[in-house]
Ligand binder design. Structure first.
Ligand SMILES: Cc1cc2nc3c(=O)[nH]c(=O)nc-3n(C[C@H](O)[C@H](O)[C@H](O)COP(=O)(O)OP(=O)(O)OC[C@H]3O[C@@H](n4cnc5c(N)ncnc54)[C@H](O)[C@@H]3O)c2cc1C
Length: 347
């Protein structure tokens, strides 16, 4: 039986550990504590999807914030030839991966292609917009990821180091429960997230007596924000409602128009979220984000704010939190942009 060590138990590490545990002996090393997210001055117990304010350590980093919206990366959109090859190689696994992320009953790739072509035709025909669309498919029912009991999962692990022999990793050392341990490996997988992976890769290289001074450079994030509102003509309200939310039975589809920069490349997408008024108050947008992202006592506190009775907030509650399709001609513009990969660095 092959011995595999997986470092980091976010979406990537948890999924791959569960899959490999069917045929291999898997040890999962996670820096954070089980079921906890540490954040300066705040500690969440029994974490869940959708809670913000996390420090992103502890059984999933950014995975604790995601919304389980599934969007297939189109290899044609990627500049790097190497990464394009990786994406093409991964394509045969798309349906299986989506099934593990709660996309049930249908084949994701066929469904995605069909819904995307339908939306593309609708916007070309009805709005005359020909630059294309991207769709996010949200399974209506989803569960937080958990690590299978077959996986030997260790939490609160630190000081990970690699022992090399003949150009390969022979064993992985780590500190856990106050003492040092070592595990022999055939394969080591680093899945410590955007912020955690560079440090582990640097350690791996330095333990092998090598160095590479560009590890962690060129982080490209995707800033997003509400950019204003539009009121669409009556005959267009159907197509905008479909862009905003399309109920497809087992899943919801939200569609973005793809926007090009002056360089001719796609660098932004715009989603439409229903509103009821043309008022454009920052305080309402802020409250909207807080209400959507908070839970427990925080959400109860937000629920007593007078802002709750603003028509746009009521629209948000119905459309987003309860998945009710609001019929409106007013839409908030939610813009998602590609940040240019500069000389910034995760260290
Ligand atoms: C608000 C928000 C919404 C999002 N919504 C979506 C969405 O709808 N659809 C989508 O596809 N994506 C979405 N994303 C992106 C998605 O969440 C991430 O791409 C994905 O969860 C990353 O998973 P990961 O396993 O690579 O990393 P992470 O979840 O960050 O996990 C990394 C793990 O490694 C651990 N670790 C770090 N360093 C070490 C170390 N030295 N030793 C051991 N362990 C270590 C961390 O504690 C963490 O548990 C969203 C992201 C955010 C922030």
């Amino acid at each position: 039986m092959k011995r595999v060590v997986v470092i980091g138990s976010g979406l990537a590490g948890s999924l791959i550990s569960n899959e490999l545990a069917k045929d291999c002996s898997v040890t999962l090393l996670e820096a954070g504590r089980r079921e906890r997210i540490a954040y300066p001055e705040v500690e969440f117990v029994n974490k869940d999807f959708g809670v913000v304010k996390t420090f992103c350590i502890g059984g999933g980093g950014t995975t604790n914030l995601w919304h389980n919206g599934l969007m297939a990366l189109d290899p044609e959109d990627v500049d790097s030839g190497e990464f394009r090859d990786v994406l093409n190689e991964a394509r045969p696994y798309l349906d299986e991966a989506a099934a593990r992320l709660s996309f049930k009953n249908k084949k994701y790739s066929a469904e995605y292609d069909a819904v995307r072509s339908d939306m593309m035709r609708a916007v070309e025909g009805e709005i005359g917009f020909g630059d294309g669309v991207d769709c996010l498919l949200y399974p209506k029912k989803y569960r937080p990821l958990s690590v299978d009991s077959k996986v030997d999962a260790l939490y609160g692990v630190s000081e990970i180091a690699f022992v090399h022999a003949k150009g390969c990793i022979e064993s992985v050392r780590y500190r856990s429960g106050g003492s040092r341990h070592s595990v022999h490996v055939d394969v080591a997988i680093i899945s410590a997230g955007t912020l955690g992976t560079p440090a582990v890769v640097e350690k791996l290289l330095s333990d092998a007596g090598q160095s590479f001074d560009r590890v962690g450079t060129g982080l490209a994030d995707h800033p997003m924000g509400f950019m204003g509102k539009i009121k669409v003509k009556k005959y267009l309200s159907g197509v905008f409602q479909g862009l905003s939310t399309l109920d497809k039975g087992d899943y919801i589809c939200r569609t973005a128009l793809r926007l090009k920069s002056a360089c001719g490349k796609y660098t932004a997408g715009v989603f439409f979220r229903p509103g009821l008024t043309m008022q454009n108050k920052l305080s309402i947008y802020k409250y909207k984000s807080m209400l959507g992202a908070s839970k427990g006592m925080e959400r109860i506190k937000n629920a007593f704010s007078p802002k709750l009775f603003h028509p746009d907030i009521l629209a948000e509650i119905y459309s987003h939190l309860f998945n009710v399709n609001i019929r409106s001609r007013v839409y908030n513009i939610l813009l998602i942009l590609e940040q240019k990969a500069g000389s910034n660095r995760v260290s």
